[in-house]
Design a protein around this ligand. Structure first.
Ligand SMILES: *Cc1c(COP(=O)(O)O)cnc(C)c1O
Length: 460
């Protein structure tokens, strides 16, 4: 008999949250009331919620116990010192400033490090990160490898930097115009794709001589470490903990949204090694977040984060976390559902262009597909295509992005393998009936970030 080595969750369930099971007519009514926009659905009408992995993780009993140890002193809370110690030990950075979430850290970092007219190269943009760079007077430049822009390209490290693209920027603008390179681990907008240790080392060697710093967007660093352990030659025997620390060792600081990898519902921080930059940041945080020993968080939130960080770098945890995502992706591949490959760290991205080839992009295929997935079994997903891309502010024309995707993001430690089976079966059911999907018409379009609040009607 063939030996199998199945993964399983390294925890058991102590408390459950009951889900409402709805009927088909109820779901049809709910999505119609929501203007065919999954952001406008009520959470209580959703059966399996795959809208995002941000702030949706299940905390452990240890984290909940930690919440009771909240020291809610205005200044110098014991939980701050615990969190600081964990950040120093796990990631190796010298200084840590808590913030209410990732974008709070991005704001402060950008104001401290960017001068007007500076160039900020990065391995693909992230919405809030780029906005804060721009608000501080910087200009973002994408230096990710070309393979990252192709959903069907099977490159193991689609988050890698193209050093030639960086060199071209250095030649054009000069190294003194580039305060730092912003490196995401893993790259969210490319579908949770990792950067390799080899690429990061080469980037460090190149930038060090030029005086260019490296700042990590370390939101999903443990997931990135897992891909290095499993795909990059020479790293198979290394622990996630040691890989996480090595990644950080090639960088000068980091912004963290603890709502993802660090297994909490709210929180983030800024980490730095340079004393001058830290002193400036710890002064600025008072303006935007709160005193540098709480940064907009309650003491209990910092305690849950300190414990969550330690749990996030356990090999057993991350193996099961990504194992579940890959399990779902493999199920969908077996059913011939077109998805982005290789399968990323935090979710499955369905290629709506290949799923609904009969729909023109102006009929919002990914938006329509997300609505159909909700109607079929109450599964909530998110559009990442023409609606999210928005319009050109000058010409008023829709941006027509190459990627027209529906994102199925998996919250950490929340759903079971049986839920994954239900999701795959529902996607398959919608796929069998895909020719009946006619697309949508936008009937209300808000001015900013329209995907959050736009409303649609079904084309009859
Ligand atoms: C979520 C996210 C952020 C922003 O963090 P918030 O906690 O939502 O403010 C930044 N970068 C990446 C890659 C993210 O996924």
């Amino acid at each position: 008999m063939m030996k199998k080595h199945s993964w399983a969750e390294p925890y058991k369930i102590k408390m459950v949250e009951l889900l409402k099971i709805t009927t088909l007519p109820q779901r049809r009514k709910a999505i119609d009331n929501a203007g065919y926009n999954t952001f406008l659905l009520k959470s209580e009408d959703v059966y399996i919620d795959l809208l995002t992995d941000s702030g949706t993780s299940a905390m452990s009993d240890q984290q909940w116990a930690g919440m009771m140890l909240g020291d809610e002193a205005y200044a110098g809370s014991a939980n701050f010192y615990h969190l600081e110690k964990v950040v120093q030990e796990v990631y190796g950075y010298k200084y840590m400033i808590p913030t209410h979430q990732g974008r709070g850290a991005e704001n402060i970092l950008s104001q401290v490090m960017i001068k007007k007219g500076d160039i900020i190269p990065g391995n693909m943009y992230f919405t809030t990160t780029r906005l804060h760079q721009e608000l501080a007077g910087g200009v973002f430049h994408d230096i990710i490898i070309e393979e990252a822009h192709d959903a069907a390209n099977y490159h193991p490290f689609k988050g890698d930097v193209d050093l030639n693209k960086l060199e071209a920027l250095v030649k054009e603008y000069g190294a003194d115009k580039i305060p730092y390179v912003c490196i995401a681990v893993t790259v969210n907008m490319a579908g949770g794709q990792p950067i390799s240790m080899g690429n990061l080392k080469a980037l460090r060697a190149y930038t060090e001589n030029l005086g260019i710093k490296i700042i990590l967007d370390m939101t999903r660093i443990a997931e990135n470490a897992y891909f290095i352990q499993n795909r990059e030659p020479g790293y198979a025997q290394r622990s996630i903990r040691s890989l996480v620390k090595e990644i950080c060792s090639y960088t000068d600081g980091a912004t963290m949204s603890a709502k993802k990898d660090a297994l909490v519902n709210i929180g983030g921080f800024l980490a730095l090694n340079n004393t001058d930059a830290y002193e400036e940041a710890s002064n600025l945080v008072v303006v935007y977040e709160g005193l540098h020993t709480y940064g907009g968080l309650a003491g209990r939130d910092m305690e849950a984060m300190a414990i969550g960080i330690k749990e996030s770098i356990s090999d057993a945890h991350i193996k099961a976390r990504i194992g579940q995502v890959i399990y779902l992706g493999e199920q969908m591949k077996q059913m011939d559902i077109p998805i982005t490959e290789p399968i990323g760290g935090h979710g499955i991205f369905i290629d709506a262009k290949r799923f609904l080839p009969h729909l023109h992009q102006e009929l919002f295929p990914a938006q329509a597909l997300a609505a159909e997935l909700f109607i079929d079994a109450g599964i909530r997903t998110m559009e990442r295509g023409i609606v999210s891309a928005g319009r050109n502010a000058k010409t008023g024309e829709n941006y027509c992005p190459k990627l027209e995707l529906v994102r199925l993001t998996i919250p950490r430690r929340v759903y079971t393998q049986a839920h994954m089976d239900v999701i795959a079966e529902s996607v398959c059911n919608v796929y069998d009936n895909r020719k009946k999907i006619k697309g949508l018409k936008m009937v209300y379009e808000p001015k900013y970030l329209r995907f959050f609040q736009a409303r649609f009607e079904k084309i009859k």
